[in-house]
Design a binder for this molecule. Sequence first.
Ligand code: ZN
Length: 418
Amino acid sequence: MKKIIGLILFLHFVLLQAAFGQYRCGSQLLPQNIVRDNVSGTRLFESWLRNTSQAVGNQLLTNSAASDSALLYIPVVFHVIYNTAPSGNDTFNIPNERLQEQIAILNNDFQRKSGTPGFNESPISANARIEFRFANRDPQGNETDGIVRVNGGRNNWELSSDIQLKALSCWPTDKYLNVWVVNSLGLLGWAQYPPATSGNPGTTTDSSTDGVVVKYSGVGNAPNIFSPYHRGRTLTHEIGHYLGLLHVWGDQEDCSGNDFCNDTPPQAGPVERCPTIRNTCSTPNGDLIPNYMQYSDDICMNMFTVDQVLRMRRVLRNAPRRLPLLTSPGLVLSNKSTIASNLRCYPNPASDKVIIEGLTSLEKIQITFADLLGRKYQPNFDTTSGKVVVSVSKLPRGMYFVGVENESKHFTFRIIVK
Ligand SMILES: [Zn+2]
């Protein structure tokens, strides 16, 4: 027994060492990004991005997040690259639950959801209003759970094997956010930066490698042995890069770096661990420790700033291979998996009113009735009682598909009006 305990302690020690010895992020070293990240590439990208502000409205010039409040949906496909070769380790083949947890973590973080680790009361913190969903249609239009599993035949993937990795499995990178889940000894993750206009010499145009790579041990709520990178924040950070964010210290160690966000103070190099205070550039409030674009531990991260949110949304609404995500055929929003489990609609058949109960929010609800010929009606409804009370007395008799949607959910049910 002593031997077994000794072995467990030894393994625990080895795994802890492995976790602490890792670099959080390799994005700035990815060959595809280096072109974008050199001086002329940065100048071209930033110039392009600034000029997009005219095209999407004044909200980007006035710096007000509120005037662009739409929830933006991004379909995600996970490629889980495991290894069952003779010397392989299929613990990399993490279960669906971890991927589901990861999607929930992303939505907590990108929507600054109260009551979750993604909430923060800081006045410079903002809700990015981005929702990640498992793709529910594959590139051929077939139903999918948005998860692909591939035996990659090797245990480790690094920046240098990025192209071979992505050649194993990749969905069109302008329709899906591709996330490759791998084992990587040196890095927790890396992301490809967004391109500006195609053909721009300062930007990558490499569509076959676009997306995010994440180490399996950092996905979802992973076991404590993978602490401190075990609460899904690696992917929050990497998707920040994928949507155009840079590290808050601008990848410089001497306060001279620029992440092109005015509300993230200058900082000399990354924050690591969870210091209560750190002020490397003598700024009024010190380094922004809880920012997702730091290297801090997962449990200390909980904010994107207003400027970071504006930058991500501007990229998402303009960049090639980002804008088309918003209208991707990979995401059919009437996904039944979003139906609230306690939803009730009654009476059915109905002649006067239909009552819908169980919605988690009554804000910005839209109700649409469609008959069997596809004709649409938008009957009056009232939510003052805390339920949705729909008046159907003026609708022609017959069967209807009723669509109920708010900013984050859409579902349908059938009802007969008699
Ligand atoms: Zn990074």
